[in-house]
Design a protein around this ligand. Sequence first.
Ligand code: DGL
Length: 287
Amino acid sequence: MAGTATIPVATGANPTPTILVFDSGLGGLTVLEQVRRARPDAAYVYAADDAAFPYGRLDEAALVDRVLAVMDRLVALHRPDLVVIACNTASTLVLPALRQRFTIPLVGVVPPIKPAAEATRSRRISLLATPGTVARTYTHELIESYAAACAVTLVGAPNLAGFAEAELAGTPVDDARLSAEIAPCFSISDDGRRTDVVCLACTHYPLLLARFQALAPWPVLWIDPAPAIARRVTQLLGAPPRGMEHRAGSILGAFTGGAGLTEPLRASLALRDVTSVAVEAMPLGLQ
Ligand code: DGL
């Protein structure tokens, strides 16, 4: 069981900050990409809790304990200046407990309901997420606060995060399986209004965006919250110092399991500049 003491971390104005981007697996790479555009000079640790993937199927108490335990280790090991919880499934549940535990700035990724409600014309939007995220009280409160005037279809896709991992590992699933996961996002009201906005409320899903666009029965706006996360990071850390705007900081990939770290996956990571990869073993049950 994770303890409850607050772990103090020096923040301060570090000219070359270390940013820890955390997800259950590879989805947070979509957030890392956007954050790096804003702060290319920072040093990055991309941490994937692949030993516990997928988070979407964990019950809430187990997920809180797991994320706290893993984050204790990662923060102690890497001493980040800022942490991005690049996972909707974790952020919609664990952020309050993380904020209680760490004094370090934390940025969470949550379903982009507000921009979706602002963008829709048909007032029919869909939230494509993990089964965990669609079940969260936090998600339902977001919808009540920002999209009360819309018909919102919640789609808890059981397999999509795994399909995104397979895509990066060079073993993509076929169109029929992908279509079956996204099909419930598309609906038409009795008076003929079609869904026109789909929230990508799992950081894995933008990895499949080109395929979603090709398979969608009609064009919709797909909203990825990652650019907004990058803006929040620069609000907190500032823009790169003068002269550092084009400096490429280091990226370390840290995996808690490492079982799926095959050569094709390493090549995929290298394409995203994650050339240095370490296994920091944290088997499920360590908490
Ligand atoms: N990438 C994660 C998210 O944004 C979830 C994937 C999983 O189920 O572990 O929700």
